[in-house]
Design a protein around this ligand. Structure first.
Ligand code: ADP
Length: 625
């Protein structure tokens, strides 16, 4: 399971990293481009809306201006038609002076109103007076009966027509009015050069087209008499016949609608590259004409679009960077978490393994401890068994020694007893034979032998306690001197230095003198036994005064000393470490000392050797009266 998860953890991040490295930048780039394009489109639309609003306002202004220009002239024919002199000129055979006067007046009025030409046509169509009478291209004498504006005025009282001047060759709006008095027609021709110049200056393309779509006035001179729509062949012939626009070819305007944008057109400018323009148009009130404006879309919209592109690209770019940063951080955090989890798992696994190892080690340790405890127990049991066996052996030894002792005792007694027997038999024979003297000798010998046996039993009794010990003052010096005397020979033979402190003269202890001597002799003999065989064998007796009217006699030696194990059993009856020992000496000695009201203890001298200390009460000093 761990393996699976590590496999998964190993491949997935690599796959993801590859994905992040390649796809994320591409996605960001696409996002930036799409964002910029959308923003460009939006900016373009907003800019166009703005442009449309301003162009619409400009169009309304243009229409207003043109209409004002036309209205300014519109009332002029009516006023002139009512003029008596003009009526007279149009009448039959006017005099030359009148004609000249009228010509001058018309010239003045034309100059004052800005009209291109003002002229008077007789009812037969011949021009009889004109503001340009003095000029080269004077209308005087010309026949305009064919002109629709003449016929309209003649029949309907008023007429108007936009046409190319046949004489001047310049296009203009002809406004006509019938002179009711004389039956002629007065005509005012308006030309739009100033308007066209103003339009050109504005930079926009502006033109006026009539109901048939033929351009009459335009900011661009090449557009004049071009057509918005296709003009049919019949119509074309008719226009030609009426000399409306001279021999203008009536070609189509170089405007091409932009697909999907109904008010946008591409404007071709000959060899110049086509540019996009916003095409708007509005009717000119009082006419069947429409004023068209072509506002260049170019730079403003382009600028807006480029700005939007830059801003959007920057914005989406920054957003992408932000998103990439956040995503990167999240990815790194995820990786860190995954690594931490792996580390934690490893740690837990190693802790588990370590714990198992420790548990095993613990179990082994416990088993070992158990093993050791068992071994210790076995060892203890074996030791106890050994001790028991030792004790039993010792006991058997003691019993054997006791038997030996009893046997030697029996032998000691049996010998004198056998001798007594033979002395007694001999004495009886000697008495019977009458040898009284010799019989007496045997009787004396029997007496001596019984004394000897008595001595032996006395010696044996010495090992038994006295029921009622004596307690009398005994000079300590005597006890020590008598005891030393008994062992001195042995010490000397063994080469052991034997020294004794002399107690204070007259110092007496309470007790049984001979028994205390027996105690001291026993202590001295044990000390000699212990010291024998050592490099500097020495046995000494020390006397110490103790508080509370007591005195201590210490017997010291330079022997092996008293280990704790031995010290604990010293005073037990039958405890001995000697092959020929009985183990009764110290037990009896302690009994004697205690019977005397004292104490006997053994110490181990740290300097080496053993110390036996006998403490006794001092006898009160008798004061001589
Ligand atoms: P025995 O002398 O017959 O062994 P004791 O009762 O006198 O019996 O002594 C008991 C034991 O005490 C001795 O066997 C000896 O081991 C020990 N002992 C007595 N005196 C001394 C001593 N001065 N130094 C070392 N061991 C001693």
């Amino acid at each position: 399971m761990n393996q699976n998860s590590s496999l998964r953890g190993g491949t997935e991040p690599r796959w993801r990293a590859r994905w992040h490295r390649t796809l994320v930048p591409v996605a960001c780039l696409i996002l930036v481009l799409v964002g910029a394009w959308l923003a460009g489109r939006a900016a373009e639309r907003w800019a166009l809306t703005d442009l449309r609003r301003t162009a619409q306002a400009a169009l309304a202004l243009q229409v207003g201006a043109l209409r004002a220009e036309m209205q300014k002239q519109a009332s002029l024919p009516l006023a002139l038609a009512a003029d008596p002199e003009i009526a007279a000129v149009a009448g039959r055979e006017p005099g030359q002076p009148l004609v000249t006067r009228v010509n001058r007046r018309l010239a003045q009025i034309a100059a004052a109103t800005g009209a291109a030409v003002i002229y008077v046509i007789r009812s037969d169509g011949i021009t009889v007076a004109a503001s340009n009478a003095g000029s080269e291209r004077s209308f005087l004498g010309r026949d305009y009966a064919f002109r629709p504006y003449f016929r309209q005025a003649m029949t309907g009282g008023a007429g108007s027509q936009f046409a190319l001047g046949t004489v001047s060759g310049r296009a203009g709006l002809y406004l006509s009015r019938r002179i009711d008095e004389s039956g002629g027609v007065v005509v005012v021709k308006i030309e739009f050069h100033d308007v066209e110049a103003a339009w050109r200056q504005s930079g926009d393309g502006v033109f006026v087209a009539d109901a048939r779509g033929i351009v009459l006035v335009a900011s661009d001179p090449t557009w004049n008499f071009a057509t918005l729509r296709e003009v049919g062949e019949d119509e074309r012939k008719r226009i030609r016949a009426a000399l409306e626009f001279g021999d203008a070819p009536l070609t189509a305007l170089p405007l091409h609608p932009v697909r999907g944008m109904q008010d946008l057109v591409r404007v071709g400018q000959g060899s110049r590259p086509a540019r996009t323009a916003l095409a708007l148009d509005a009717p000119i009130p009082g006419t069947d004409w429409r004023l068209h404006t072509l506002t260049p879309v170019g730079s403003a919209v382009d600028r807006e679009r480029v700005q939007a592109w830059i801003i959007a690209a920057l914005g989406t770019g920054l957003a992408c960077i932000g998103i990439a940063t956040v995503a990167g951080r999240r990815r790194r955090t995820r990786q860190r978490l995954a690594q931490a989890a792996t580390r934690r798992e490893e740690l837990e696994r190693s802790v588990r393994e370590r714990t198992m190892e420790l548990t095993d080690a613990n179990r082994m340790l416990r088993l070992e401890i158990e093993e050791r405890r068992r071994a210790e127990e076995e060892r203890r049991q074996a030791e106890a068994e050994r001790e028991r066996l030792g004790r039993e052996l010792a006991q058997a030894g003691r019993l054997a020694a006791l038997g030996q002792f009893a046997a030697s005792m029996a032998h000691e007694i049996n010998q004198p007893l056998a001798a007594i027997r033979s002395y007694a038999d001999n004495a009886a024979i000697l008495v019977r034979r009458g040898r009284g003297e010799e019989a007496a000798e045997n009787a004396f010998a029997i007496g001596r032998l019984t004394d000897r046996i008595g001595g032996l039993t006395r010696q044996l009794k010495g090992f038994a306690r006295r029921a009622s010990p004596r307690r009398e003052p005994v000079p300590l010096a005597d006890i020590l001197a008598n005891s030393l005397e008994l062992v001195e020979a042995r010490a000397k033979a063994a080469g052991i230095a034997l020294t004794a402190e002399t107690p204070a003269p007259g110092l007496c202890v309470l007790g049984d003198g001979p028994r205390l001597e027996q105690v001291v002799v026993n202590l001295l003999q044990n000390a000699l036994d212990a010291a024998a065989g050592h490099t500097e064998p020495r046995v000494s007796i020390l006397v110490r005064n103790l508080p509370g009217e007591r005195v201590a006699v210490e017997v010291r030696d330079t022997g092996p000393g008293l280990p704790e194990a031995i010290r604990a059993q010293l005073f037990d009856a039958f405890f001995t470490t000697k092959s020929d020992g009985l183990g009764l000496g110290l037990a009896i000695a302690r009994g004697i000392v205690e019977d005397c009201g004292g104490s006997l203890n053994a110490l181990d001298d740290p300097a080496g050797g053993a110390v036996f200390r006998m403490e006794l009460a001092k006898a009160p000093v008798e004061t001589t009266p």
